[in-house]
Design a protein. Sequence first.
Length: 135
Amino acid sequence: MARRRRPAHAAPLAQIAREEFGELGGMYDVAALAERFAECFLLPGGSDSRRVLATGTPDAEGEYAVFALDVDDLPCIELMYPGFDVYLADTAEVLGVERGPGYSSLAADRVYGPRMREHARHVFGGGYSEDIAQW
């Protein structure tokens, strides 16, 4: 899927998913996600997945979480970064943390894990992701 570059604008998750994934993105247009992801910003990154900053509930540091949207196998949304600050550091390759497998691998990090768990509690009731079967 070719990515179009657009100016940043706030949009509901479902709108971003439709714009980025076409028909497959329609799977994100469900009530279960609408309230939690009412205002999002598309960020650079990913190939068959997308990075989205969700301006819902900030963590104790005042940061909003960054999520990965993936439609490769089973459409899902997964917590990827505990804040825009960490996303930027990783993008600039100055994070200094070995990332493990999976989008939410920072949850195992001693520095970023507590912030990841805080966002996970607020957004997913303690888990790090949800897939279409849970919507």
